[in-house]
Design a protein around this ligand. Structure first.
Ligand code: SAH
Ligand code: SF4
Length: 365
């Protein structure tokens, strides 16, 4: 039988660590010492927690994993987009992208550094244009594996991260429990202390979970991957739209916006698929209904898929229709196009190469 995996120490909130510490008869302040070691001093083993009693250190090591994912590849340079490929403790690959400026989120321009993190290994939602969905879903990341991406990227790049976007591999709302913990750890003063307004969750549109998020007190931001303004177009590229068609999805969004605050739309422009004038009109209607801004993203081609981005003039025409209807949008000039920066692509390339290498090494297998 395969032994059950121990939880990662970085998956616990301060309150949970306090329970662990209390259960072993230690004083409560020990929990804060642990979070200081993990998130302020950023050590990489239990042995380095030198102000904890030896017995507590040994107990933590027995109960928890201290994972330090291996950096398999880094692409890009310090002043451009950098892409990190990590191997997790069970061999799975995930990726994070460090973007040296805010990707025009909410129309802000700044010199901030944004990290795009993964929330799952693979993705079950199989959007037709996306590299992450191509090979299906493998597993959820635990909170520690989400948080560790920030720690490892800061360490490796020497940069301080100001913004976090859940736009890497996976559907964050399909891993809501671990996502909520990770956000606490990223946001709280005892953790990585990144302001909630600098944390953006992106979803393909899981209507029930959008309603659940509306009840969350933390003021993070929510981006909805719309990519189609009618059921016909959206269902063609996003199978999730059959489960939660626009009527159901937009009602959940109404609820969210009424309860909480603004929502941002992402809209990838794919040539001859969702970039028509009719789609722009329909999109403008939806945006007005929800008072949402739109982030237009020219499609990043994925090896093996036939989709392409529209010519720049067509992208601009689409944006001008939105503008004529009083809707604010940004048209992103995609960063990192050349280093496969769109979600899931680097992992896919590496996996394919490994499979090929394996096939060469074991020709009879
Ligand atoms: N699963 C979530 C978050 C991860 S994807 C979601 O779908 O929102 C993050 C964003 O990248 C989504 O808007 C997604 O549609 C977009 N994306 C995926 N593949 C892309 C590509 N090849 N080019 C541009 N954007 C892409
Ligand atoms: Fe999954 Fe998002 Fe990619 Fe769709 S776009 S397959 S939901 S990661």
């Amino acid at each position: 039988m395969i032994p059950a995996r121990k939880p990662d120490i970085k998956s616990l909130t301060l309150a949970e660590l306090q329970e662990v510490v209390a259960a072993s008869g230690q004083r409560p302040f020990r929990a804060k010492q642990i979070t200081d070691w993990l998130y302020k001093k950023r050590i990489s083993s239990f042995d380095e927690m030198t102000d904890l009693p030896q017995t507590l250190r040994a107990q933590l090591a027995a109960e928890f994993e201290f994972s330090n994912p291996e950096v398999v590849r880094v692409l890009g340079s310090k002043d451009t987009t950098q892409k990190f490929l990590f191997r997790l403790r069970d061999g799975n690959l995930i990726e994070s992208v460090l973007i040296p400026a805010s990707p025009a989120l909410y129309g802000e321009t700044s010199d901030r550094r944004t990290i795009c993190v993964s929330s799952q290994v693979g993705c079950a939602y199989g959007c037709k244009f996306c590299a992450s969905g191509l090979e299906g879903w493998t597993r959820n990341l635990d909170a520690g594996e989400i948080v560790q991406q920030l720690i490892a990227v800061e360490k490796h790049s020497g940069e301080r991260i100001d913004n976090v976007v859940f736009m890497g591999m996976g559907e964050p709302l399909a891993n809501l429990k671990n996502l909520a913990r990770a956000i606490q750890i990223i946001n709280q003063p005892w953790g990585l202390e990144i302001g909630a307004r600098h944390i953006t969750i992106s979803t393909s549109g899981l209507a029930p979970q959008i309603r659940e998020l509306a009840e969350e007190p933390t003021q993070f931001r929510l981006a909805l991957s719309l990519h189609g303004a009618t059921d016909e177009v959206r269902s063609q590229i996003m199978p999730v739209n059959r489960k939660y068609p626009l009527k159901v999805l937009l009602e959940a969004c109404d609820y969210y916006v009424a309860k909480k605050r603004r929502m941002l739309f992402e809209y990838i422009l794919i040539n001859d698929v969702n970039d028509t004038e009719e789609q722009a009109y329909e999109l403008a209607k939806i945006a007005r209904r929800l008072s949402a801004k739109i982030n237009l993203i020219p499609y990043n081609t994925v090896e093996g898929l036939e989709w392409t981005r529209p010519p720049r003039a067509r992208q601009e025409r689409f944006q001008s229709i939105l503008r004529e209807h009083g809707v604010v949008s940004t048209l992103r000039r995609e960063k990192g196009h050349d280093i496969a920066a769109a979600c899931g692509q680097l992992r896919l390339q590496t996996k394919r190469r490994e499979v090929e290498a394996d096939a060469v090494a074991r020709p009879t297998a």
